[in-house]
Design a protein around this ligand. Structure first.
Ligand SMILES: C[S@@+](CC[C@H](N)C(=O)[O-])C[C@H]1O[C@@H](n2cnc3c(N)ncnc32)[C@H](O)[C@@H]1O
Length: 240
């Protein structure tokens, strides 16, 4: 979690990494798996993503925003949980994603909430449709591994008002090295079989997942990147 500083914007652009080497223009993996995405999340995380998202929604609900953008919203999982909090009634929510197929599922799941949520197709790396300094809060869950982090963080900083809040959910490293190694071994050995079965033979979803897990920075290193990107008050919480 981080605040946009009130310092003036400076040019901090650097060529940024995309941990999973994922390019939505080259491989429409989310378009292909959209209908199975929620099932896959349960399978890949053994259901633990539900606890993480509940926590993100709690954090978002206690913040005092009027306008929230949930970037890379996917099937709207985070927003559904945010809406369940009474405190968020009457506030403006935008749920955005680059994939029309994922947005279509989000639209169905959020249909019961009528006018409260605006769905938009936006690329988290570049959102010229969103004016500078226009949002109080911005959440980005399970997206930083599959996009150019530096660009996405710069865009987050641009669209947030000074003092605006950025909340990121990511699966990061495990502090105990032996457990991290066992986890990576489990992912490398079991995930291809699980992923193959769950995606109906589509190898790319779990290939990106594995690559992203290997290449993503530690929580501490990501906090440093946020500071470098111009955020302040950076904190992180380990959820599992
Ligand atoms: C792993 S899913 C996470 C979805 C949701 N945030 C969640 O936590 O369930 C990643 C989502 O990011 C979207 N995505 C990937 N690259 C993106 C980009 N550059 N801008 C916006 N969305 C992107 C995909 O379409 C997909 O819906």
């Amino acid at each position: 979690m981080a605040n946009k500083s009130s310092e003036p914007d400076v040019e901090r652009a650097r060529p940024g990494p995309n941990a999973a080497a994922f390019a939505p223009q080259a491989d429409d993996v989310f378009g292909r798996i959209a209908k199975r995405y929620d099932l896959l999340s349960d399978v890949f995380s053994l259901g633990i993503h539900r606890l993480w998202k509940r926590r993100v929604a709690q954090v978002m609900a206690r913040e005092s925003w009027n306008t929230l953008l949930d970037g890379a919203t996917g099937t709207g999982d985070i927003i559904l949980r945010v809406l369940a909090h009474q405190a968020t009634q009457g506030r403006e929510i935008i749920a955005a994603d680059i994939s029309p197929q994922m947005l279509a599922i989000a639209a169905k799941r959020l249909a019961g909430h009528g006018e409260r949520v605006e769905l938009r197709r936006l690329n988290a790396e570049s959102m010229p449709e969103v004016p500078d300094n226009s949002l109080d809060a911005y959440s980005l869950s399970l997206c930083l591994k599959i996009c150019n982090r530096q660009q996405a963080l710069q865009e987050a900083r641009r669209v947030l008002k000074p003092g605006g809040r950025l909340v990121i959910l990511e699966a990061s490293n495990i502090r105990w090295r032996w457990l991290q190694r066992a986890y990576l071994a489990y992912m490398a050995l079991c995930m291809p079989a699980l992923g193959w079965l769950a995606t109906g033979g589509d190898a790319s979803a779990y290939r990106y997942l594995l690559q992203g897990i290997r290449e993503f920075p530690s929580a501490e290193a990501l906090a440093e990147e946020l500071l470098l990107a111009g955020f302040e008050g950076v904190q992180f919480e380990r959820l599992s």
